[in-house]
Structures are given as structure tokens and as C-alpha cells.
Write a protein that binds this ligand. Sequence first.
Ligand SMILES: [Cu+2]
Length: 246
Amino acid sequence: MKRDFFFAGLLWIVLTFAGITLVSQINLFPLSAAHEADIIDEAFLFLTLLGVPVFAFVLVGLIYSVIRFRQPGEMPEDGPPIRTSRPVTWAWLGITSALAVFIIFNPGLKGIRELTANREPDLVVQVEMRKWNWTFSYPQYGVAVVDAQELVLPVDRHIRFEVTSTDIIHSFWIPAFRMKVDAVPGQINILYATPTETGSFEDDINLRAQCAELCGTGHPRMRAGLRILESAEFEAWVAGQAAGSP
Ligand SMILES: [Cu+2]
């Protein structure tokens, strides 16, 4: 039995090492275009790495037992009953509880604090969702884009999205920002994001705003390309919109 623990333990270490190497080497994430996306990707990577030894432990226990303790014959007898082992029970309870509490604080609460640390926005964008379109307003510029095909934002500015709906519940999601919030009638929900690079939907499909709550037959069409511009280009764009609106 000691030998079995030794070999299973060895296999666990090897598989854990291989898994951690694999996860660290391959890029798991789609395009990231906001500071907030990096925080979320970091948390995701950390949790994946934390899950590797746990997954390897379960896998080794299963595979090793199936091969090593297989009963020959067509209808194998049941093995001897397994009795509770107090040290194993308490160690299991202790380790898994400690892990669960640990991830509540890091990356859980720590991440939420980082995502909402700066409540003073450089730019406010009001997002009004309805079946099956959106209005994006820039109150600081007195500009509103109705039935928008596109969401235009400046790079390197801290943006507060004020999200609401005029009919039913939708959800405002920008994949490249990893940020999503429900759009609820009669309520304004807040989302912060700081774009870190310029680009548009044509460059990468993750640069888009998408409804992420099934809201009826038009739901799949409820998306708008995202265009992130340099500050000067954004000012020119917004001035053009202001000149064009009645
Ligand atoms: Cu929708």
C-alpha cells in the first residue's frame, strides 16, 4: 500500500508540473483592450493554476485505482468496505475550506476593489438598451447616438458606463473588456472600463458591444461594433456628431 501512495504521489507531482507548464505557456485569452480585462484575466489564470493540482489529484486517484486495483474475472467481488479515517476527513475539510476562504479574498474581494477603485470618470457614457437596439449618449458633449451601429470610445480614459433599459432586461457586454452588467428598466447600473489600445470590430471581433441576455427574436442581432480612437480622433468624431445632431 505504501508503494501505491508513493507511485500515485509521484504521478500527481508529474501531472501537476505538466499542467502548470501547459497553462503558463499557452495563451488562454481573447484580445484584451482594457485595464480591467487584465485584472480579470490575471484572476482567471490564477484560479486555473490553483485548480491544476486539484484536478490532477482527482485524475490520478481515479486512473491509478482503475488500473492498479482492477479485479480480474467477469463479475468481480466487492472490495473490503472503506471505514472513515478521521485524519483524512479533517485534513480534507481543513484544506478545501482554507482554499475556498482564500479565493474569496484573493482574487475575489481584492479584484472587486481593483475594478471599482477609481470612481471618478474622465468620460461618462450612457447606454440605453431596448428591443433590439441601443442609444449611446455622451452627456459631457451633449451628444446622443440613437439606433447606434457602433460604440465609439477614446483610448486611455477612465469611462463610466451608466447602463439602463427602456423595456425588458438586457445585458451590456464588451468581450475585449471582460465587463458585463445587466440593463434593467428603471435602474442605472454602473460599469467602469479604461481602454488600453485602439482598434475596431474589423480588427478583432471581441471589440464589440453585445447584448448578453436572451431578450427575444432580435437578440442575436443586438450588437454594435466597438471603435477605440486616439484622444484627438475621438474629439473630432464627437464634434462631428454634435454638429450633425439637431
Ligand atoms: Cu438582448
